[in-house]
Structures are given as C-alpha cells and as structure tokens.
Design a protein around this ligand. Structure first.
Ligand code: FES
Length: 111
C-alpha cells in the first residue's frame, strides 16, 4: 500500500520583523499566492490566505481579535492556527507556516 506524502513547504523571506505592524495585517504575494501576514500584540506572527473563504474579502485589511483574524467585509473570524471559521458552514482559510530567522520573516508555501 502506498501513501502520498505532501512535499515540504518552501520558505520565502518576505520582510524583516520590524516591518510588520503590531495588530495589523500586511499582504504579500508569493508566486501565485496572496498571503495575509499578522503580528499579534504578544509577538506571534502568522500567515493565512489573503482571500476570505466566505466571499473573498481581503483578510490583510481585517483586524485582529486576539489570535483571530476578523474579515473586513462581514466580520467572520478565523483562527490563526487552524484557519477555522467561527461561523457554521464556512470553510477554513488556508494557513501557512511561518518562521523568523535572524529577524527575517519567512513563509512556507507548498508547491
Ligand atoms: S467575505 Fe469575509 S466574512 Fe464575508
């Protein structure tokens, strides 16, 4: 029996840590993927797809509520770790691994 294993993510440096405003989002394009990156007040950096799975709102323009992203269009909330939505029937937003190396923020995208 064979098992399909997803390839490891490929990390791309997007900016320096100090370029991420605390409590706000910034959008970055990595290849074909638009990514919304946030830095929380506790210093956590996370990345989600920059397109809300509800009706396509730009999540980078949303607000943070703790470690949840609040979509600017209809205020649905998405968990920063799982991408799960707080509204029933709305699928999760894609999340991406983040690492900070020597002050540089790197996002992992699986090809
Ligand atoms: S488009 Fe994001 S909650 Fe509706």
């Amino acid at each position: 029996m064979s098992q399909t294993i997803a390839p490891p993510p490929r990390f791309t440096t997007i900016c320096e840590m100090h370029e991420l405003p605390i409590g706000l989002g910034r959008s970055f394009r990595i290849g074909e993927q638009s990514v919304a990156v946030f830095r929380t007040r506790t210093g956590k950096v996370f990345a989600v797809a920059n397109e809300c799975p509800h009706k396509g709102g730009p999540l980078a323009d949303g607000m943070l509520a703790g470690e949840q992203v609040v979509c600017p269009l209809h205020t649905f909330r998405f968990d920063s770790t799982s991408g799960e939505c707080d509204q029933p029937g709305v699928c999760a937003v894609a999340t991406f691994p983040v690492e900070v190396v020597d002050g540089f923020v790197r996002i992992g995208i699986t090809a």
